[in-house]
Design a protein around this ligand. Structure first.
Ligand code: NDP
Length: 338
């Protein structure tokens, strides 16, 4: 089985050379009752939080990757052998697996969901029907307390999570603006995902001025994906009793010293609620989310853009591409068609 190995813990921007390929032989059988399953990996998900796991971490909400071992992350896989009666040979699953052709995972130690609806692209279970989809759903509906007619701002808006937050906010009747890092992405936000307005944050001299252009009366809801300077500018433009759902802060993940945020006093003066959340605490809502989202996908009311890299060999490049905005939409790696 070919594997993607993390060579060492990483500081600063990750590089392809921080990873290497290895071939190993794995035994494709597991004893009954062992709670282990043998998986053939089909799609692997590239997610920003994986950068944190590449660092040497202490006391973090996630554990560091182990150097000289395969990277692990979300993926879609087929069960080849099962020692757990909840999974049968031939089942399709999504959850935490290895960056390798075949993995053996212990079902008691990992999040593994059985895939029931196969009438949609399987890769969607790394995105809209997987962890990022649940992040957009829980983050927007559960954390933002959104109401019809409110003004919503989304950063990293064309990404795996952001493109859905924008569409959910439009479905509810909000005014939605997104920021992204290229003209192509800005166009996509308006033409494909239905954002009312969008701008390229890299081309703005001053983010405060840009936000005032699109939100002359202020922002009710900020769905935070990037942190740093953007958060500072948003704080100045929030309305009274606004809400900030802190989903991620990708602009900070490669910095040795995180940037200070200067305008936090706005939380007091404007009585803003700023709340961080982790998608893993909301997985109990997954069946409810599927019930809502699958019909929306099938009717074309909600669309999803993916960026699919072909082959395990492309995985290191695809992962580091997240930090330069190389991906357009959800970054997936296709390892094998079934
Ligand atoms: P994306 O698909 O949006 O990919 C990352 C994007 O971030 C890039 O394409 C790039 O787009 C943008 N970006 C990269 N570097 C910077 C930077 N320095 N400043 C501004 N933007 C940058 O990723 P996801 O949708 O999967 O994740 C979005 C956020 O949500 C991340 O912060 C992630 O950590 C967080 N997250 C949190 C979860 C939770 O449970 N709280 C769960 C899942 C995700 P561009 O070209 O626009 O710059």
């Amino acid at each position: 089985s070919k594997q993607v190995i993390l060579k060492h813990h990483v500081t600063g921007y990750p590089k392809e050379s921080d990873m290497e390929f290895k071939n190993t032989t794995i035994k494709l059988n597991v004893p009954e009752g062992s709670n282990a399953v043998v998986l053939k990996n089909l799609y692997l998900s590239c997610d920003p939080y994986m950068r944190l796991r590449m660092s040497k971490l202490e006391g973090s909400y996630v554990a560091s990757f182990t150097p000289a071992s395969p990277i692990t992350g979300y993926g879609v896989a087929k069960v080849l052998e099962s020692g757990d009666s909840n999974f049968q040979k031939g089942d399709l699953v999504w959850g935490i697996t290895g960056w390798e052709e075949y993995s053996i995972v212990t079902t008691t130690h990992t999040t593994l969901f059985k895939i029931h609806d196969k009438d949609v692209p399987l890769s969607y279970y790394t995105g809209i029907l997987g962890m990022p989809g649940m992040t957009a759903y829980a983050g927007f509906y559960e954390v933002c307390s959104p109401k019809k007619g409110e003004t919503v701002f989304v950063s990293a808006a064309s990404g795996a999570v952001g493109q859905l937050v924008g569409q959910f906010a439009k479905m509810l009747g909000c005014y939605v603006v997104g920021s992204a890092g290229s003209k192509e992405k800005v166009d996509l936000l308006k033409s494909k995902f239905g954002f009312d307005e969008a701008f390229n944050y890299k081309e703005e001299q001053d983010l405060d001025t840009a936000l005032k252009r699109y939100f002359p009366d202020g922002i009710d809801i900020y769905f935070e994906n990037v942190g740093g300077k953007m958060l500072d500018a948003v704080l100045l433009n929030m309305k009274l009793h606004g809400r900030i759902a802190v989903c991620g802060m990708i602009s900070q993940y490669n910095l040795e010293q995180t940037e200070g945020v200067h305008n936090l006093f706005c939380l007091i003066t404007k009585r803003i609620r700023m709340e961080g959340f982790l998608v893993t605490e909301y997985y109990h809502l997954y069946p409810k989310y599927l019930e809502m989202i699958i019909p929306q996908i099938k009717s074309g009311k909600v669309v999803y853009v993916e960026d699919i890299a072909e082959g395990l060999e492309s995985a290191p490049g695809a992962l580091i591409g997240l930090f330069s905005g190389h991906n357009i939409g959800k970054q997936v790696v296709m390892v094998s068609h079934e």
